[in-house]
Design a binder for this molecule. Structure first.
Ligand code: CA
Length: 413
């Protein structure tokens, strides 16, 4: 089994048997445009995962490389504990990487790839939240002793520098097992975090549920439905306009191309599939214009590389950014005109974070579904779809959508 597939199984924990969601597969790429200029802003990372932006700083969760501590069975064999998980910061103005948190728990097989450990980070007014994965059972964590006690938890590094406990998600799984009636088993591997207003959201890939954390408690919001025997694993959760909650998924083995979807959670109703045709989502974010950016760990069946970053416009059009440039990407953060992506996210020591321009002209159209594919003989960026006036000028934009000249502006209009 290749490393991509191993990571997916580490996230999914014992993915269920063969089968796939009955949704359209990703179709042909078209309209290649000029290559985007992708930059490496951080390197030498150990299994880099989720990202968050502070003022001039990018924070990176590193799942570590495991270690020579106690060992427990994992989905691909034995995994061993080490204090190699970390949160690393990158100074986006002055450059340089420096540690923010070190010696966090990490579980990994021999070699240190596909680790489970710090999986996501998020900032709010209280400080830095750190979501620590596990990829094991409550009994497995207990067998690791005190050194493994932070696996499967959410911590908060307060502005006073003190690391506090927010929630014990492994304990919640052990006591409640929300997907138990579906046969999901007792496992926890929290992977995705969102701390925007309205409460803290966690996507637990091992437990197959989305959780709301707050008020000293944990509330299960949703268990994604199984389909044809496949356990769809929620890996990412993000809030959209109006407080809507979106959940992205990594499907189970055999990881059919185009089988992953984005679901919208609705109070008191089953999750609603709102976008389909994706492959193995690891992160997701909502842009300033309401576009949804989804990060695919892979593009091919069986998690064949490369990965992909797809922008889904509010009108359904899809574009791929940095096409062909990503390898096993695992984390995404959006700034005004760029995306930051954790790349080689299943690798020890060779993980990177890339800066990718959101320039509309640097993307290529992705025809995923005839019902949402752009129409007309030629797709063209509209003036408002460039991420900055500089990009608009650079692309030489002079005409409106469909080749029509833009409406003249009246002074004072
Ligand atoms: Ca469960």
């Amino acid at each position: 089994m290749d490393r991509a597939r191993r990571l997916a199984c580490a996230v999914a924990m014992c993915c269920a048997a063969a089968g796939a969601l009955g949704v359209p597969a990703a179709g042909a790429h078209a309209s290649a445009r000029r290559a985007p200029s992708v930059e490496v802003v951080a390197s030498g990372l150990d299994n880099p995962r989720g990202l968050t932006l502070g003022r001039g700083v990018l924070l990176i969760a590193e799942a570590g490389t495991g270690g020579d501590g106690a060992c427990v069975p994992g989905p691909e064999g034995e995994v061993c504990l080490g204090a190699t998980g970390a949160v690393t910061a990158v100074d986006l103005h002055g450059g340089g990487q420096f540690p923010v948190l070190t010696e966090l728990p990490s579980l990994a097989p021999s070699g240190g790839g596909n680790a489970n450990g710090p999986h996501d980070v998020s900032l709010d007014r209280k400080g830095l939240y750190v979501l620590i994965g596990a990829g094991t059972t409550p009994a497995g964590r207990a067998a690791l002793g005190p050194a493994g006690a932070l696996l499967g938890t959410l911590k908060l590094l307060g502005r006073d520098g003190v690391l506090r406990s927010v929630a014990d998600l492994m304990a919640f799984e052990g006591a409640n097992d929300p997907d138990g009636p579906l046969g999901g088993g007792l496992e926890s591997n929290p992977f995705g975090l969102d701390t925007h207003s309205g409460g803290i959201l966690v996507a637990d890939g091992g437990a197959n549920d989305v959780l709301l954390v707050g008020g000293g408690g944990v509330v299960p919001l949703a268990v994604l439905p199984f389909s044809r025997g496949v356990q769809p694993v929620p890996t990412t959760v993000a809030r959209g306009r109006g407080g809507a909650i979106y959940v992205g998924q990594l499907t189970g083995a055999p990881f059919a191309a185009g089988a992953a979807g984005v679901w919208k959670l609705l109070p008191g109703r089953p999750p609603q599939l709102v976008a389909s045709g994706f492959t193995a989502l690891t992160d997701m974010a909502v842009g300033r214009d309401g576009s949804l950016y989804v990060l695919q760990f892979a593009t091919g069946a069986g998690l064949e590389q490369p990965g992909a970053l797809i922008r889904v416009r509010p009108d359904g059009r899809r574009e791929e950014l940095a096409a062909g440039r990503l390898t096993a990407p695992t984390g995404l953060a959006l700034d005004r005109s760029v995306a930051y992506v954790s790349d080689h996210g299943d690798q020890p020591r060779s993980g990177e974070v890339l800066r990718i321009p959101l320039d509309c002209a640097a993307t290529r159209r992705v025809a995923v579904d005839a019902s949402v594919a752009p129409r007309g003989p030629r797709w063209q960026c509209t003036a408002s779809e460039y991420s900055s006036p500089e990009e608009r000028r650079h692309a030489g934009h002079r005409r409106g959508p469909g080749g029509a000249p833009p409406a003249p502006r009246r002074p004072g209009a």
